[in-house]
Design a protein around this ligand. Structure first.
Ligand code: IVH
Length: 697
């Protein structure tokens, strides 16, 4: 079609071209939104490509008509990225940490030295809780919220405007008549403990795995492609900082907080002005005491120089301001009795010791189990059943046993002996050279491993079957209705034939059963990378699964290549190892998986029942395959990591320094020495946009 349309573009008048470019910009933006944000495209890829080609043809004919919002300037938002990138006008920074009073003292001394203040000159600080959430920036123009973004890497964030609009405390318009033309307000998106617990209760009811902590749940919630899903997480927002502003923000930070409130924001009610170091230390202690009972999670106190003119003079070092610091709380600890040590068997057969504790409250939650990591840890700390142990909960991680209170050790106790057999199947548990974990050798006969593999198979990032969460899969497994992944997809056919119909069971009816079967059927079509991840091959996480899928393209291709790779001198093996991020350990794990006949049976059964969708394969036809590329400067449309991953996925090699062997240097803004080097050596230099055009050609 392009030839014909191109001719038409030639024939078009300038006015007509202008009208059409405007229409195309709107239309393409609409389809981008449908595709990237709602995952619900209305037109075929070919029809979409035709729109873009038409747009390009017109722009080539009338370059002076290229619009600021031209779709060609926005190329390359890859589907996986989901959200458009937003370069921050002012970078979103992080904070340096203080861990004790001395650190805070030194923070003030440093400021004093930097500003050349006398020892007696007071430096007032504002202290406020450090909210355990994620930062976001809100842009208001003419008092109206026009854009909201995540922090991203600090330079470029993601456009999550629609999602931020459903965050309760985010005003859609600034209150008051006296508002700046442009104002970016920054702060923390978070979730209350109560909302988090309620959400998890709902999930438990639906048989879904619980979320780990409010922070991650808030972060995931803000990055949902559908704002309706964001809304369900009941997120909130505390405002504290500013980005770009059309009027100078001056005076004191304390007044700025008042101003934020007047605009309609929530600011943290515990924020307080501290005239001296002692005041600051006292505020820190006060907030720490209240930590466990606050309705949201915090992990420290942020102190900021109150005078904004001083903030400006102090500026930044690296990514953190000199005028602010986060005084972190120590991990919370408590002591309790170790009642027993139980052993969990993971899906790869690793035996993990778990401390069964007398329930104790640590950091606002009741802890009754904690990880003991592995055999060596227990021996090193000489942890014994019956001991009084110190339990620690740091931020959001799994509680840990950090040590034993020896003075409280019962008179009769003996060192813990780690089991040498799998508690689930009785097979020998062996430890390999250099491995921390002892592993069950039972493979596929070990029910624990089978069960764990099934759980992983249906988990959120794998098959994600609605109504078939961890609990149900465990139930079906225990009753032998589902013992291997393939059984999931034959459940409907076997229902009422090989076992009494599910609808007759307690807690089930015709509707819930037909919903379950519909959900299972809906997942018979699955993307190759999800499928690979779902198999639960040791060391193969989501990222690796994606890389494998991109490299091999189709399931059949992959299967063939893995069979060929059994011989580690084969080309197939070399190729496998050469995939970015796949080293010998991973390659061995993959080959090992395919060497096991049980696994091949499972694969064959699944392949018969499923439609495994091809990934976009990397072919040697890629215009950059085999080329060496160096990225330098700040990229706007993608992060450096993303640029690298994409280039590698297309078969290019990404190097960090420029040499004669370099094929392309992609220069973002503020490119420095590498750009000069490229020019000196005569290496082709591309702008970010040119690079994107090249890889998409
Ligand atoms: S001020 C330029 N205040 O902590 C200073 N940050 O570790 C900008 N945070 O990225 C940050 N509560 O996401 C500030 N009251 C608070 C905060 C806070 C939480 C987060 C913020 C920042 C991170 C740095």
């Amino acid at each position: 079609m392009s030839a014909k349309k191109a001719v038409e573009a030639e024939a078009l008048s300038e006015a007509a071209a202008k009208r059409e470019l405007s229409r195309l910009a709107k239309e393409i933006a609409k389809h981008d939104r449908l595709y990237y944000q709602h995952s619900a495209p209305e037109i075929s890829d070919a029809a979409y490509d035709a729109l873009r080609l038409r747009n390009r043809a017109l722009e080539a004919r009338f370059p002076e008509l290229i619009r600021a919002d031209s779709p060609s300037l926005r190329v390359g938002a890859p589907p996986a990225a989901g959200f458009a990138k937003v370069p921050h006008k002012k970078p979103m920074l992080s904070l340096d940490n203080a861990f004790d009073d001395d650190d805070l003292t030194e923070f003030l001394a440093r400021i004093r030295r930097f500003l050349g203040l006398g020892v007696d000159e007071p430096i007032a600080l504002m202290g406020e809780p450090k909210i355990d959430g994620l930062s976001a920036t809100l842009r208001y123009e003419g008092g109206q919220l026009v854009q909201g973004a995540t922090r991203g890497d600090g330079e470029v964030g993601e456009d999550v405007t629609e999602n931020l609009k459903v965050v309760k405390d985010v005003p859609h318009a600034l209150k008051g008549r006296d508002v700046p033309d442009v104002l970016e307000v920054r702060g923390e998106v978070y979730m209350t403990r109560a909302d988090f617990d309620a959400l998890n209760a709902e999930r438990a009811h639906a048989g879904e795995a619980p979320f780990v902590n409010p922070r991650n749940t808030a972060s995931g919630g803000l990055r949902q492609l559908d704002p309706a899903l964001t809304e369900k997480r009941r997120l909130r927002f505390f405002a504290y900082a500013w980005g770009e502003a059309s009027e100078k923000i001056g005076g004191h930070y304390a007044d700025w907080l008042k101003r934020l409130e007047a605009y309609g924001f929530h600011v943290n009610p515990l924020a307080e002005r501290c005239a001296t170091l002692d005041d600051a230390l006292a505020l820190y202690r006060r907030i720490e005491t209240r930590r466990a009972t606050l309705p949201y999670e915090i992990d420290g106190v942020v102190f900021k120089v109150d005078r904004i003119d001083w903030q400006e003079r102090l500026g930044f070092v690296g990514r953190a301001p000199r005028w602010a610091i986060a005084y972190k709380f120590p991990a919370e600890q408590a002591t309790t009795t170790l009642n027993a040590i139980s052993i969990q068997v993971g899906r790869t057969g690793a035996l993990t010791p778990v401390a069964e504790l007398e329930p104790i409250r640590v950091g606002g939650v009741t802890v009754s189990r904690a990880t003991l990591h592995n055999e060596d840890e227990i021996a090193r700390k000489d942890i014994r059943v019956g001991d009084t142990v110190i339990v620690q909960r740091a931020g959001d991680v799994i509680p840990q046993v950090v040590g034993v209170v020896l003075s409280k050790r019962p008179r009769v106790s003996k060192p813990y002996e780690f089991p040498k057999r799998c508690p689930e199947c009785g097979s020998h548990a062996e430890r390999e050279e250099g491995e921390a974990a002892r592993r069950c050798t039972g493979g596929l006969v070990c029910p624990a491993q089978m069960k764990e593999r099934l759980r992983h198979f249906v988990s959120r990032d794998a098959f994600d079957i609605e109504g078939l969460g961890e609990r149900r899969i465990e139930l079906f497994f225990n009753e032998k209705l589902i013992e291997s992944p393939a059984d999931i997809f034959s459940l409907e056919a076997r229902n009422g034939r090989d076992f009494p119909a599910l609808a007759e069971r307690e807690g089930w009816d015709e509707l819930s059963v037909s919903n379950l079967f519909a959900a299972i059927r809906a997942r018979k079509k699955i993307l190759l990378d999800r499928f690979i991840y779902a198999l639960g091959i040791p060391h193969v996480g989501q990222v690796t699964a994606k890389q494998i899928a991109r490299r091999y393209g189709s399931f059949d291709n992959w299967r063939r290549a893995m069979a060929a790779a059994r011989d580690d001198s084969s080309e197939a093996y070399q190729e496998l190892e050469a995939i970015a991020g796949i080293g010998p350990v991973l390659a061995q794990a993959l080959v090992g998986f395919f060497a096991e006949p049980h696994n091949l049976d499972v694969l064959d059964q699944l392949a018969r029942q499923l439609e495994i969708e091809d990934a976009r394969a990397v072919t040697s036809a890629s215009p950059v395959s085999g080329k060496t590329v160096v990225f330098t400067g700040t990229l706007v449309q993608m992060t450096r990591a993303e640029a690298k991953a994409r280039a590698e996925a297309l078969g290019a090699k990404v190097a960090s320094s420029v040499s004669k062997k370099t094929d392309y240097v992609v220069a973002g803004t503020e490119a420095g020495s590498k750009l000069k080097e490229a020019e000196k050596l005569g290496v082709t230099v591309l702008s970010e946009a040119e690079w994107l055009t090249l890889i998409e050609s």
